[in-house]
Design a protein around this ligand. Sequence first.
Ligand SMILES: Cc1cc2nc3c(=O)[nH]c(=O)nc-3n(C[C@H](O)[C@H](O)[C@H](O)COP(=O)(O)O)c2cc1C
Length: 435
Amino acid sequence: MAQYEKILLKNMEQPGYSGSLKEYEQAGGYQALKKVLKDFSPDAVIDAVKKSGLRGRGGAGFPTGVKWGFIPKDHPGPKYLCCNADESEPGTFKDRQLMERDPHQMLEGMVITCFAIGAETAYIYIRGEFRLGAQILWRALDEAKAAGYVGENLLGSGKTINIYVHQGAGAYICGEETALLESLEGKRGMPRFKPPFPATHGLYQKPTVVNNVETMANIPHIINNGAEWFASIGSPPKSTGTRVFCLSGHVKRPGNYEVPMGIPFREFIYDLGGGMRSDKPLKGFIPGGASAPFLKPEHLDVKMDFESVALAGSMLGSGGVTVMEEGTSMVWAALRLMEFFYHESCGKCTPCREGSSWLVQTLQRIWQKKGRQGDIELLEELCGNIAGRTVCAFGEAEVGPVLSTIKHWRHEYEALIQEAQVALPPNKELPVFSH
Ligand SMILES: Cc1cc2nc3c(=O)[nH]c(=O)nc-3n(C[C@H](O)[C@H](O)[C@H](O)COP(=O)(O)O)c2cc1C
């Protein structure tokens, strides 16, 4: 089995590493911040991150340095950084590990980001369920403040950078950056129309950067080792660095694995994950969190980078790989995922609010062998009326599992509908569902 050099999980994989400030410093922690305060201008930090090719690890994969460059430099009022620690995508659990096991790595990245964009205030929006994570972050912040890494007159530089932890109430939509900002402002978490984008009209309508936990954790390493070093790892030029991929489902060794971007799914699922837990053949897998369309065994040699997965018809998304073995009903899998999206739809946009309910009911009907001829086409039509017709990307997310299971396993839908037809007495129509 190939061994890959760890960057983000390196410290925490050392036996006995507690993530305390003392141990983080012993491992070279906060050297990047000292280097930035001594040798870098804000623009030089932004340039380094641009050159590194780092792309956001929260889902959309937007180039981080480019995003920072959109923050107006001459803005007279406050600017903000929000670290997205909502991690609500099913099958994704890497941010939690990064925060709980090495909190200073992410905090150091946040302080450097604030320096680069000229923000004095940063928030960590952490999902409500991560109570332990919030406690660990509060403790780490106390340590960092006492050591002068956070707070007023940062390491004697005269700069002020404060970081606050804000606990969410547990809603998937609050991971979407504009819903996150609404929630942080004390309002109901619902997405905003874009444009204007957070870079100019973010938190309290002020210039704001929203970045994922893993994105932040990469920053000190780019400063310490150089943009060229980072840009040479993974699948340059468009998918650089490592990625902490989460492996779950019917595999022998589920967990978080940090690998350079671009290794094939086959190596990830079989070498690192140990293959199927029952040694049955693989049936299908989700490559990037619940909203990423399913892929099939024929995609096992696709590289785990942004472009290759997009070319295969899916997305790398949040990095959550969920594997299903032969014997799993893909209609059932689509129904389970759709139930999640239906529950989490915030209700702002009619196509998503109403459509998700109709998708669940149609899938339920098919799964319960009460499906009707035309139900597959109905699902496709419903999906077509949701994707692209909502304020945020939730619409595209929720139709992914339905459309991709129909694309790859249509015969399973047809067989269940066929069984329903056989079970019904001749000429007997099922009643039409009504609310
Ligand atoms: C419905 C929805 C849920 C999302 N959930 C998360 C999340 O839990 N964590 C996250 O970092 N990004 C999430 N995102 C992506 C964010 O909107 C945003 O792109 C990201 O936080 C930007 O950070 P990055 O550039 O570092 O990836 C979500 C997006 C959508 C549409």
